[in-house]
Write a protein that binds this ligand. Structure first.
Ligand code: UD1
Ligand code: UDP
Length: 364
C-alpha cells in the first residue's frame, strides 16, 4: 500500500481535491491522508466544501491561518515537516499556488519525499503576485507536474523542465464542474433566497491582494461595479480579505446600499449563481474558468490572466482595474457576448489521469 499525503488549506484547494481524493479512494494499492493547514478556517470558506462535495474530514488540522506571508508559510513549513516525519508518506500532493502549496512542497522536498503538483505550469509573469512566486518555486521542486493546459506545458518546457516530468492531464476544476455542476438548477438555492431572476444579474468576486490592498484599485473596482449596477443588480459574495479592506476604507456601508453584498457561499450556491448570471466580473482564477464552463461572459479585473485560452477564445476580457469607467464599459460591452467553441481543459478526467500516473510511478 502506498500513501499519498495531500496538503490543502484554501477554498479552491478543497474544491480541486474533492475529485482527486475520490479517484485515490477508488484505486487499489493507494491510500490518502489529508492535512488541512487551516489557511482558510471560517465554516463558509472551508467546512461547507467538505460537506457538499462528499469529502472525508481531514485527518490532520494544523490550524495555521492569518498573518503575513513569511509567518504563515514558516509556521506551516514547521508543522507540515513534523507530520511528514511521523507519517513518512510515499508522496506529497499539492494544488495551485497558495502559501499552503509552497510550504508543503518545500517541507516534502527537503525530506526527499517526491512532490506531485496539480495545476503546474501556470504563469502570470507578474512576480509581484504572491501566487506567481509560490507556483514557480513549487514547480521547481516537484517530481510530477500535472499541467491543466497546453499553455502551462509550454511554460514548463521553456523553463527547462524535463519532458518526462510534465503531464498534460486537463483541469481538475472541469472535472468538478461536470460532477457537481449538474446538481444545480434555476430553482431554489441562492437565486430564490436572493430573489434573483435567471440572467437578470451580474455576479462578482474580488479577493486578489493587488486589488484589495491598493486603495486606488479597490475604489476603481467598487465604482465600476456601482456604475454597472445601474443596468443590472450586482451580487457579490465577499471574501474575508475584501470585507476587511472595505471596512478599513470606510466603504462597506456605502457599497452595501448599491451592490448586493453577501457572505461567501458554498460551492453549489456559487455554481448556481455563476450559471444563471448575465455576466461575471472577477479576479478569481477558478471563477474565470467556471464562467466559461457555464458559457457566461467574463470580465477579469486584473492586469493579466493565467487562463489565456479563454481570452483568445473570446470568453474573457482582461480589464486592469485602474479606472471605474473602463470597468463599467467593459462590462456593458461583454454582456450577451459569446466566445468560440473551444475545449481547452481536457475531457473531465484529469483526476483519474493524475491518480493513474501516481499509481504507476509509485509501483502499486
Ligand atoms: C489565498 C491565496 C490565493 C487564493 C485565495 C483563495 C496565498 C498567498 N493566497 O488568498 O492565492 O486565490 O486564498 O481564496 O496563499 N481569512 C478569514 N477567514 C478565512 C480565511 C481567511 O478571516 O476563512 C482572512 C485571513 O485571516 C487573512 C485574509 O482573510 O487576514 C486573507 O487570507 P489569506 O489566506 O492570507 O489569503 P487569501 O486572500 O485568502
Ligand atoms: N467559490 C465558492 N463560494 C464563493 C466564492 C467562490 O464556492 O463565495 C468557489 C468558486 O466557485 C471556485 C473557487 O471557490 O470554485 C474559487 O476560489 P477563489 O476565488 O477563492 O480562489 P482562486 O480560484 O482565485 O484561487
Amino acid at each position: 500500500m502506498k500513501t499519498i499525503l495531500t496538503v490543502i488549506g484554501a477554498r479552491p484547494q478543497f474544491i480541486k481535491a474533492s475529485v482527486v481524493s475520490h479517484a485515490i479512494a477508488q484505486t487499489p494499492g493507494l491510500r490518502e491522508i489529508v492535512v488541512h493547514t487551516g489557511q482558510h478556517y471560517d465554516a463558509n470558506m472551508s467546512d461547507v466544501f467538505f460537506a457538499e462535495l462528499g469529502m472525508s474530514v481531514p485527518e490532520h488540522r494544523l490550524g495555521i491561518g492569518g498573518g503575513n506571508h513569511g509567518a504563515m508559510t514558516g509556521r506551516m513549513l514547521e508543522e507540515i515537516e513534523k507530520v511528514l516525519l511521523t507519517l513518512r508518506p510515499d508522496t506529497v500532493l499539492v494544488y495551485g499556488d497558495t502559501n499552503s502549496t509552497l510550504a508543503a512542497a518545500l517541507a516534502a522536498a527537503k525530506l526527499h519525499i517526491p512532490v506531485a503538483h496539480v495545476e503546474a505550469g501556470l504563469r502570470s509573469f507578474n512576480m509581484l503576485m504572491p501566487e506567481e512566486i509560490n507556483r514557480i518555486l513549487t514547480d521547481r521542486i516537484s517530481r510530477w507536474l500535472f499541467a491543466p493546459t497546453a499553455a502551462a506545458v509550454t511554460h514548463l518546457k521553456a523553463e527547462g523542465v524535463a519532458a518526462e516530468q510534465i503531464f498534460l492531464v486537463g483541469d481538475v476544476m472541469y472535472d468538478v464542474a461536470l460532477h457537481h455542476g449538474a446538481r444545480v438548477s434555476a430553482q431554489g438555492g441562492a437565486l430564490e433566497r436572493l430573489g434573483l431572476a435567471p440572467k437578470g444579474y451580474i455576479l462578482t468576486t474580488v479577493h486578489r491582494a493587488e486589488n484589495t490592498d491598493d486603495p486606488q484599485r479597490l475604489n476603481a473596482v467598487v465604482d465600476g461595479l456601482i456604475a454597472a449596477a445601474q443596468s443590472l443588480p450586482v451580487v457579490w459574495p465577499v471574501h474575508p480579505r475584501t470585507l476587511a479592506a472595505l471596512k478599513q476604507a470606510g466603504k462597506l456601508e456605502g457599497v452595501s446600499r448599491q451592490l448586493r453584498l453577501i457572505d461567501p457561499v458554498g460551492y453549489l450556491d456559487m455554481v448556481q449563481l455563476e450559471r444563471y448570471a448575465a455576466l461575471i466580473a472577477t479576479d478569481s482564477g477558478g471563477v474565470q474558468k467556471e464562467a466559461f464552463f457555464y458559457q457566461v461572459p467574463c470580465v477579469t479585473l486584473r492586469d493579466e490572466t493565467e487562463w489565456v485560452e479563454l481570452v483568445e477564445g473570446g470568453w474573457n476580457r482582461v480589464v486592469p482595474p485602474t479606472d471605474a469607467g473602463t470597468i463599467a464599459a467593459a462590462i456593458t460591452a461583454a454582456l450577451a457576448s459569446k466566445g468560440a467553441a473551444i475545449t481547452p481543459y481536457g475531457e473531465g478526467d484529469a483526476a483519474d489521469r493524475i491518480v493513474e500516473r501516481l499509481g504507476i510511478d509509485l509501483g502499486t
